[in-house]
Design a protein around this ligand. Structure first.
Ligand code: FES
Ligand SMILES: [Fe+2]
Length: 313
């Protein structure tokens, strides 16, 4: 273990962070006549620890899923930390936000409002007998003259955490459901880098054997979602031509629905990736979508295993 000039720092996996028990002392040193208000939010979850961790590290879902986030500028990302400038709704107010993975399944989130109020949040994810739990503890610190702002801010942070957890639960539950039928994710060991790159991180379960759907079962001209072989497709049949989009987003597994198709492109609601249409007809070759080979033959849409080596197309 290295010693730092600042003895309050402690090393964790190639980075150093301030020790949790030293945060208040540091704030008191920094802010004369400091007033500190502590708040707490806790919730049980059905997700695995790795899903909770990934969900926190995945910064790109925030403006799309949480209404409380406006636009963002990402200044820095490393495996263990990220620094972002976030717009507060539509207000011309910019909030700097530091996220750091400071211990196993634990995060710091640090922000400063108008240079006057510091909020340091510690997020911890733990296993319980029923599943997992997320504990969020924050310290609001400012000069004591501003302590009248602490109460409203504290209540706002509680409401924010409740709302965000409700919204995030949908994402995490989808991940759990997919894993239960054999999916894996390249972000199963998440860090800030792999959770924020543009990549197809879903590893689809293998298709065991050939399946086929008679084309007559697909309503003519109607965009619809079909579920088959533990995966889903959004399709539209016109005569013997079938337009195909993924029904499970290959990025991180969001369910894509017929209503997400606009002008020939399906747009994912989680991070906004768009996927163009692929077309199948009796003369067209097979295509790989959602880790399976699709082809139109003998008036049927067939779904078969991919060749070895193609896992997450
Ligand atoms: S899950 Fe990320 S863009 Fe679809
Ligand atoms: Fe979130």
């Amino acid at each position: 273990m290295r010693s730092f000039f600042d003895p309050t720092l402690i090393e964790h996996g190639g980075a150093a962070f301030i020790r949790e028990d030293k945060v208040n002392d540091a704030l008191a040193r920094l802010i004369p006549k400091v007033h500190i208000t502590k708040g707490h939010f806790s919730c049980p979850t059905r997700a695995e620890l790795r899903d909770l961790t990934w969900n926190h590290m995945d910064q790109n879902h925030r403006p799309l899923i949480h209404r409380t986030y406006g636009d963002t500028v990402r200044v820095h990302i490393s495996q263990q930390s990220a620094f972002t400038l976030t717009k507060f709704g539509n207000w011309p107010a910019i909030i700097p936000m530091f996220d750091g993975y400071h211990k196993e399944n634990g995060f710091y989130q640090v922000t400063c409002l108008f240079g006057l109020i510091v909020i340091i949040t510690v997020i911890e994810c733990n296993s319980t007998e029923q599943g997992t739990r997320m504990d969020v503890d924050w310290a609001i610190a400012s000069h004591r003259l501003l302590r009248f702002l602490h109460g409203p801010l504290d209540r706002r942070l509680k409401r924010l955490n409740e709302a965000q957890n409700r919204e995030d639960e949908v994402i995490r539950d989808q991940r759990v459901a997919l894993r239960a039928v054999g999916y894996r994710f390249l972000t199963d060991t998440p860090d800030f880098m792999n959770s924020n790159v543009l990549a197809h991180n879903v590893v689809f379960p293998p298709v065991g054997r050939l399946h086929s759907i008679p084309l007559a079962e697909l309503a003519e001209g109607q965009t619809q979602r079909i579920e088959i072989c533990d995966r889903a497709y959004v399709v539209r049949r016109t005569g013997e031509t079938v337009e195909v989009w993924p029904g499970i987003c290959p990025h991180e597994g969001a369910p894509l629905q017929a209503e997400h198709v606009r002008s020939g492109t399906v747009k994912c609601p989680w991070h906004g990736l768009e996927f163009g249409v692929r077309k199948l007809s009796p003369d067209a070759p097979a295509i790989t979508v959602c880790g399976a080979r699709l082809q139109v033959t003998d008036a049927s849409l067939t779904i078969r295993p991919v060749q070895a080596g193609v896992i997450n197309a």
